[in-house]
Write a protein that binds this ligand. Structure first.
Ligand code: BG6
Length: 455
């Protein structure tokens, strides 16, 4: 018998998240040998014939590179139900169909997920039920606290998977090996040696017909609130003794508890901007404000850049700049660690020196270390060269890892309740400053590097 036996119930099974990311991720997982015995149930409010459901699975699994035999055996046993995830009777019916412990994955908008959890609160859940909730977890600190209170009534914390797919990215998880398996980095990973750390996630993609969700979130909540703050936690936390869920998530929580907005004028430490019409790779993009479904009066930003401090012994005085935006001229998805200059450069060595910099690429996977050496020519003249490594892809994509955690009952890469709240706490002063109009909404043409004067 397999070590892990689960019935995965996907609510919103026919939707974009499920077909584009979850099911292909599941397909990848079926190809990896993780000792999981899986039953799959799809549910949504859309009518789907059994054949159409099976065909949808076949296509998505193939996209994930599933082993065809493993895929067919899951497809043949899988079932699909038309159901309202917010209706207690429908939920009871679906739970009654689960032969093994159910993992309920809400691939639904946050408000519907919340309503579904309220309905679950009125019925008895089978032994071993686990929950998987997509980001954003709540819409502000109070909302996250209330949602935590609700889900904690349903199942124990160890069976609540607040999903952030960045924690499933091999590039993000590589931070652990890089930092904690090499003396040379960890010894220098502190305020004595580091000048600043930047975490960038610039995308060329624009709104991509997601106004319904994005216009109420914006770049800060969509990207920084969870994804980049979790990357920050992994980059700044103390070395954990083990990578089990308590140690890993405890270390991340401790780092985030020390994190706050860098002191200073809000317009300098929490900048925001929105794209106007422009061209990216020969494709014309309308101004964000003119996109279908956008309410320009909401003043939603498509680019956010914030500076944070991690107030503890290790990091006091080091600025952390987190930035993410859409419709930019280039994709720049990396962590850049800039080291301080040497305390004394021996007289006699000359030439242009640049700071030693470590670039950790978040997509695609890679690393680059810029160092000063006496290169070719005069041995006393310095030049900056780069050591580069292409690290290749992980065995599973981010959603494959996320599902592996859920189906093997391992919450290590799920966001813990207190971590979700800390992420909102850190951003609260920014959300308030932006709401009060204290920070102007700058503009940049789509396809540019951002507003003039920002970099
Ligand atoms: C999602 C955001 O969570 O992450 C998107 O909602 C963003 O706006 C995406 O584009 C980026 O992640 P990835 O893994 O697709 O690069």
């Amino acid at each position: 018998m397999a070590a892990h036996r689960k019935t995965l119930v996907i609510f919103g099974a026919g939707g974009d998240l499920s077909t584009r990311l979850l099911l292909p991720g599941l397909g990848q997982l079926l190809a990896a040998d993780r000792d999981i015995e899986l039953e799959l149930i799809g549910a949504s409010n859309i009518e789907l014939s059994p054949d159409a459901w099976q065909e949808m699975l076949r296509t998505a699994f193939a996209k994930g590179g599933a082993d065809p035999d493993a895929a067919e055996s899951v497809i043949a046993r899988s079932r699909y139900f038309v159901a309202d995830a917010t209706d207690a009777d429908d939920l009871r019916r679906i739970l009654g169909e689960c032969a093994t412990s159910p993992a309920l994955y809400f691939a639904l908008p946050p408000a519907v997920t919340e309503a579904s959890c309220r309905a679950l609160d009125t019925i008895e859940l089978p032994e071993g039920t686990s929950l998987a909730l997509e980001k954003p977890f709540g819409t502000d600190l109070d909302g996250a606290v209330a949602l935590n209170r609700l889900v904690s009534r349903l199942v124990p914390e160890s069976r609540i998977h607040r999903v952030d797919h960045f924690l499933g990215k091999s590039t993000v998880l590589n931070l652990l090996g890089l930092r904690f398996a090499n003396r040379i980095f960890e010894q220098n990973w502190n305020a004595d040696n580091v000048e600043k750390i930047e975490i960038n996630y610039d995308e060329k993609l624009g709104l991509e017909s997601r106004a319904g969700y994005y216009d109420k979130a914006g770049a800060l909540v969509d990207m920084i609130q969870s994804h980049l703050l979790l990357v920050l936690a992994l980059a700044t936390m103390e070395p954990p003794s083990t990578l089990d869920s308590d140690d890993l998530r405890g270390a991340m929580a401790q780092a985030l508890r020390a994190t706050r907005l860098w002191p200073g004028e809000p317009q300098l430490v929490a900048r925001r901007a929105r794209y106007t019409a422009g061209t990216i790779d020969g494709r014309d993009l309308p101004a964000y404000a003119d996109e279908n479904g956008v309410d320009p009066a909401l003043g939603t930003e498509t680019l956010a850049e914030i500076t944070l401090a991690v107030d503890n012994w290790r990091w006091a005085g080091v600025p952390f700049v987190l930035r993410s935006g859409k419709a930019l001229d280039d994709t720049r998805k990396d962590i850049v660690v800039t080291f301080k200059p040497v305390p004394h450069l021996p007289i006699g060595l000359s030439g242009p020196t640049a700071p030693t910099r470590l670039h950790i690429a978040l997509d695609p996977n890679g690393m680059k270390l810029d160092i000063n050496v006496n290169g070719e020519g005069d041995p006393f003249t310095l030049e900056t060269v780069s050591l580069e490594a292409d690290l290749g892809a992980g065995q599973l994509d981010a959603y494959g890892e996320v599902l592996a955690g859920i189906l093997t009952s391992d919450p290590s890469i799920s966001v813990r309740a207190d971590v979700a709240e800390e992420c909102w706490r850190i951003l609260t002063p920014i959300l308030e400053a932006w709401k009060s109009g204290a920070v102007p909404l700058d503009e940049y043409p789509a396809g540019s590097a951002g507003p003039a004067g920002w970099r």
